[in-house]
Every structure is written in structure tokens, then in C-alpha cells.
Design a protein around this ligand. Sequence first.
Ligand SMILES: [Zn+2]
Length: 254
Amino acid sequence: MTARPYVLGDVTYKATKDARYDLAVLPWGATEAHNLHLPYATDTIETDRIAAESARIAWDQGARVLVLPTVPFGVQTGQLDVPFCINLNPSTQLQILRDVVDTLARQKLAKLVILNGHGGNDFRTMIRELLPIVPMFICNVNWYQVVDATSYFTDLGDHAGEMETSVTMHLAPDLVLPLSQAGPGKARAYRFQAFQEGWAWSPRRWTQVTKDTGVGDPALATAEKGRRYLEDVTRKIAAFLVELARADLNDLYR
Ligand SMILES: [Zn+2]
């Protein structure tokens, strides 16, 4: 494997010591059960690979972007009773993010994109708290919201369903068990209309919602669907990275 100049974990100090990077990408995943057929590292693998591919496209267009190592733990407070779903509380995440941001700010990095791959992670309040105290522009991108999934997939379940299974079949086929071994990903919804309509919210208690930890039926997943979806997701993220890399932080509004 040749070292990718846009991935920090691949390069040496020789590359970084005199370099100027426009922005860094911090991929943030999770370690959690994904139905019976996808690995615990699913979110981490997806996010790591999407970050690197988006950065590659942006780099080829002249943006000096650097992908930081992917954080493998996310918020799992609704899955504490599922073996090896490893929880970082949001307040712990904030501490980690604060330390990473503080370090990068001292080194004069001006822009940071958090690339999030796990629905339980919510960096928006953390960014609100950090922005007034660090001289850095920080934004969050949830890669699973970048394009409209309905154009690619039939079942829109949000955890280990058709989308994530297709994506993982494309990225790490050796780690996906045959779909015949997957559970149906049948999930129970809240009783309240307010929750269905989305204006009331509380995190789900996972083991009461689903028997196999999946939310969404993976039956129609294919690697080709995953490839097509990811191609569009990474192209769109890359275009944003290029735009942000070139942006004047004093002129962000039209
Ligand atoms: Zn996932």
C-alpha cells in the first residue's frame, strides 16, 4: 500500500513539518452490534473509508485536506445492555473533541470537519460550546444524510439495514456474513404520534425496539447499490471539502 498524503496515519513528519493544510477531517464512528450479519466496526469502517475517499477526491482538486484517525467509540447510552456496545457519554466525547481541537488550534489549523457515522453521536451542541473558545471553524457532517437514500434503497431502516449492509458489502465484503444469516431488522416504533411526526424525541431503548439489533431489513442489499451510493456521497462531501478549504472564514455568508 502506498502512503496517502491526505491521511495522517499514513504520512510521516517529513510530509507534515513544512506543509500547510487547509482543513482536517475527524471521522467519528462507533463500536456496536449491527444485526447478526455486520461487524461491530461497521460505523468505524464506513466513516474511515468515506473520509479517506472524499479527501482523495478533494486532494486531487488541490485542496490540502488531512484525515485524522477515526475515533472508534460513540454514544451508546441506549444500548448499554447489548454486549460490547462500548459507550462514550456525550460529555466524554466533548472532552475528547475539546482536546483534539485545542491541540490543532495551537498548531494553527483553521478548519475542522467532523465526519460522523453514528446516529447516537450529536456534535452540534459541542460545536456550539467550542466555537467561542477556539480560533477554529468547526462543522459537522453526518455522511448518511448527504444524499437522499430513497434514490438508492427500498428499505430505509437506519441501522444495519439495506443501506448500511450495501455499503459494508462494498467496502469490506469479507466481514459481512451471508444475508441468509441476518435477522429481519424489524423495529418497533414509539406509540406516540408526536414521535412519528418527529417533533418529540427521546433516544430509543434498543433491546425493546429490535430483537436482532437491526433497524431496517437488509434483504435487498447489494454491493453494487453500496458502490453507487458511496460514489455520490463521497463526491458531494469532496466538493464541500474543496469549497471549505478555499473559503475565507471572514466571508462565510452570501
Ligand atoms: Zn451503523
